[in-house]
Ligand binder design. Structure first.
Ligand code: HEM
Length: 479
């Protein structure tokens, strides 16, 4: 393995808003919250363990003290429920899925869904993940030398394909383009948060674009229902046969251990929509930021490339675990640009956090974006340095200082899935392509539900060795 050569890009500080020193006037605050909430985080929030803020629609406690985070998300988690704004965003179509349900219903669903995302299940999806990357590799190779592409849009397509292949491995019963268009329209309208939502105006008050939202939802949900029905028929017709080994089969066969009941059609549909929405853009952003950061650091690019050449040529089994450098880059990208930039909870009853009294109905905000750049918790927090996540240093990262997937009972159920997918895809793409930012590209983080590059990621993509057949295909045969 060649020595890692430090160079100036080792101290690279990727783009991020400069936190304002003083409080924004409420009109500006509201406008900034709507445009890009990331630009609202004040400098003091990155220095203080706990800060109280007055928002136009509520008071909030910003909690970035590890002990207090532990209390909110683990030790006293029963006292903190998902807050109403978050629930309003999730209400569209996802209301009966794991992300939104609460209390006994959540407990039952979490128990039923845990085996779908257990590490041993996720490793069986490696082949599907490689196939999706393989397709993208072929497509990029066919674009020729130095084609300009929006890598952010390409990653959204890739992660969608991975989900389609792992949820519906036998296809989607119909036109894939129609499915993709319906789904993109669906994602474009659900989860849109407007000023009325921020102000806490009840859902009974019609929102602009509400009619379009309902039409788009009905159309896409109809497509999902048809796929579920077809699979139910197939499983019923061949109960003893080989069922498609995918998330849909596992979902339809999942039983509540205490009642022996399976999920209703509404719950199955809502969970499929939850997996698609929770797992699509988040993982795409993790990959986009990883590719961007690597494009700015030739030493880390070289290390990933060298590791990918070695490990992707080996057996498919366990490949993601062997890609330790690549995974460290993904984890560092998730630190600097956590796709879910803020988590929020609403206190049900009184509590104390780090000596601060919490009144019932206080909004608690734990922002991974702030936490991951907190001056009390990180050395040189603004610097891109994946070595923080290499095995020899990983134990120095505090358990409550790094929460891209949350923590506690409601930790992301898809964390292993996402990390495996992003690691494999980053290694394979870095190995096969030079990705260079277009000269006039402006890369800026923007929080629109997820933390994404505001203007996409326009890059020049140059195949490194497309003379030969796509590498992954050959590797799969060898495994
Ligand atoms: C890099 C990619 C991802 C990131 C950063 C991410 C982040 C998160 C976070 C922070 C939470 C906790 C929210 C809270 O506590 O309020 C969460 C929950 C969740 N995530 Fe992910 N996620 C990712 C990928 C995925 C994938 C691939 C799936 C499924 C295919 C998924 C499904 C879910 C579900 C169902 C929940 C709700 C869990 C529950 O409440 O029990 N996520 N995710």
């Amino acid at each position: 393995m060649p020595d890692f050569e430090p160079e100036i890009s080792q101290n690279y500080c990727p783009p991020a808003p400069l936190p304002p020193e003083s409080r924004l006037h409420w009109i500006r605050l509201l406008a900034t919250l709507k445009r890009n909430p990331l630009e609202c985080w004040r400098a003091e929030f990155f220095r203080e363990p706990i800060a109280r803020v007055r928002l136009p629609f509520a008071d909030a406690l910003l909690v970035h003290d590890p002990a207090a985070i532990r209390r909110v998300l683990i030790d006293n988690a029963g006292n903190y429920r998902k807050d109403p704004i978050q629930r309003r965003i999730l209400a569209n179509g996802l209301a009966d899925g794991l992300l939104s349900v609460e209390d006994a219903r959540w407990e039952a669903q979490r128990r039923m869904l845990a085996p779908l995302f257990a590490r041993r299940t996720v490793t069986t999806f490696t082949g599907a993940m490689l196939t999706a990357v393989d397709r993208l590799t072929e497509r990029w190779c066919n674009l020729g030398q130095g084609a300009a592409v929006d890598v952010a849009a390409e990653m959204a397509l890739l992660t969608l394909n991975v989900l389609a292949l792992t949820i519906f491995s036998d296809g989607i019963a119909g036109d894939y383009d129609e499915f993709r268009d319906a789904m993109n329209a669906y994602f474009a309208v659900i989860g849109r948060i407007g000023v009325l939502d921020l102000l806490g105006v009840p859902q009974s008050v019609p929102r602009p674009g509400g009619g379009r939202l309902r039409r788009t939802m009905t159309y896409f949900e109809g497509i999902i229902d048809r796929i579920i029905e077809a699979r139910r028929d197939r499983l019923a017709a061949t109960p003893a046969g080989e069922p498609p080994a995918d998330l849909l089969t596992l979902l339809l066969r999942a039983l509540d251990p205490s009642t022996g009941q399976s999920m209703s059609l509404t719950e199955v549909r809502s969970n499929i929509l939850t997996f698609l929405s929770a797992g699509h853009e988040t993982t795409a952003n993790a990959l986009s930021w990883s590719i961007f950061l690597l494009s700015q650091s030739s030493p880390w690019r070289a290390r990933v490339r060298e590791e990918a050449a070695r490990e992707l040529a080996g057996p498919v089994e366990g490949v993601a675990d062997r890609l330790v450098v690549t995974r460290a880059v993904v984890e560092e990208a998730l630190r600097l640009y956590p796709p879910i930039a803020a988590l929020s909870r609403m206190a049900k009853g009184p509590d104390r956090l780090g000596g601060v009294a919490v009144e019932p109905r206080t909004l608690i905000v734990i922002a991974p974006y702030v936490l991951h750049r907190h001056l009390l918790l990180w050395d040189q927090p603004g610097t891109f340095d994946p070595s923080r996540f290499l095995p020899e240093q990983r134990s120095r990262v505090g358990r409550f200082a790094y929460l891209p997937f949350g923590i506690g009972p409601r930790i992301c159920i898809g964390a292993s899935f996402a990390l495996q997918e992003a690691t494999i895809a980053l290694a394979a793409l870095t190995r096969r392509f030079e990705t260079e930012l277009l000269p006039d590209a402006k890369v800026w983080p923007s929080q629109k539900i997820t933390l994404r590059p505001e203007h996409g990621l326009p890059m020049r993509v140059t195949p490194r060795d497309c003379g030969e057949r796509p590498v992954l295909r050959d590797e799969k045969k060898r495994a």
